[in-house]
Ligand binder design. Structure first.
Ligand code: LER
Ligand code: MN
Length: 273
């Protein structure tokens, strides 16, 4: 079996309505948590637009009721729904993005989750140089990581394909960014869907990233569940193990043909290859 028992499996659930299509589960929280647990997942990755919109006590009670852990918290909807970003030319927007990420720290500390930096990093806006955008990004990441480290929490930036952002598309750029930010609790989230678009050889890039892999998203080449496209998950998961990764593998794929079927097929594919 390729899928090591040390690698726990989770799946993405959005706590609020979201435009992001690959949040596999959306809608009623408790119904979804019950389904996710009954399908055999060990955890649930929560996409939370704004921690103010959720009751932490209720969340804690519900995930506890279904025996689920929360390995990571996705934050990208603050960009998708509200336009907050670390690299917006408007300093008020940049500050709001930093404060939003800091507001996730108590949630992450409570659940011992990683805070994901996805699209909230922003894009290079017209009239802004790449260097300026990178400097804003590095300053924001350093400030948020330093605040998170006081609570024993880690941040993971996700290289995202060129069709969604112009900042940090591939793993090499992500590793360079880690060196420039220079704090131990900042690493990367690798996503097989994005790597399939951007990397020359997915496994080589994973090995280059090595100990900086803090979290891992699985979706197939077409963003369907693993097994729905043409990626070689046997080789990908073997490579992940070989890096010494002891974290979670989190399903983030389109709910096709529907969320439950996709979630079932993901588990079946990863366990039975
Ligand atoms: C989020 O994890 C992701 O992979 C991005 O595609 C969000 O748009
Ligand atoms: Mn992802």
């Amino acid at each position: 079996m390729v899928y090591s028992p040390n690698m726990k499996l989770s799946i993405v659930l959005s706590t609020q309505p979201a435009q992001f299509q690959a949040a596999t589960f959306k809608g009623d929280l408790e119904t979804n948590l019950a389904s996710i647990a009954s399908l055999g997942y060990d955890g649930v990755e929560l996409a939370i637009r704004d921690p103010k919109l959720v009751s932490l006590d209720q969340l804690d009670e519900l995930v506890g009721k279904y025996g689920l852990k929360v390995p990571a918290i996705g934050t990208g909807q603050a960009w998708g729904e509200e336009g907050l970003s670390f690299t917006d030319p408007n300093p008020t927007v940049r500050r709001a993005a930093i404060e939003r990420i800091k507001s996730h720290i108590p949630v992450a500390a409570r659940f011992q989750s990683i805070i994901i930096i996805g699209l909230i990093r922003g894009i290079v806006k017209p009239g802004i140089s790449d260097e300026q955008a990178m400097n804003w990004l590095i300053d924001a990441l350093r400030e948020c990581s330093e605040a998170a480290s006081l609570h024993g929490t880690r941040l993971a930036l996700e290289p995202i394909n060129r069709y969604e952002t112009t900042l940090i598309n591939n793993v090499g750029q992500g590793v360079e960014l880690i060196e420039r930010v220079g704090v131990d609790n900042f690493g990367l989230l690798l996503d097989t869907f994005h790597m399939n678009i951007e990397e020359q050889v997915i496994e080589d890039s994973m090995r280059t990233c090595g100990k900086h892999i803090f979290h891992f998203h699985v979706a197939d080449s077409n963003r369907w569940h693993p097994g729905g496209g043409h990626l070689n998950f046997k080789s990908i998961l073997e490579t992940l193990s070989s890096t010494g990764y002891a974290g979670w593998v989190s399903g983030e794929f389109l709910p096709k043909p529907d969320a439950i079927t996709a979630a079932k097929k993901c588990i079946a594919h990863l366990h039975e290859m």
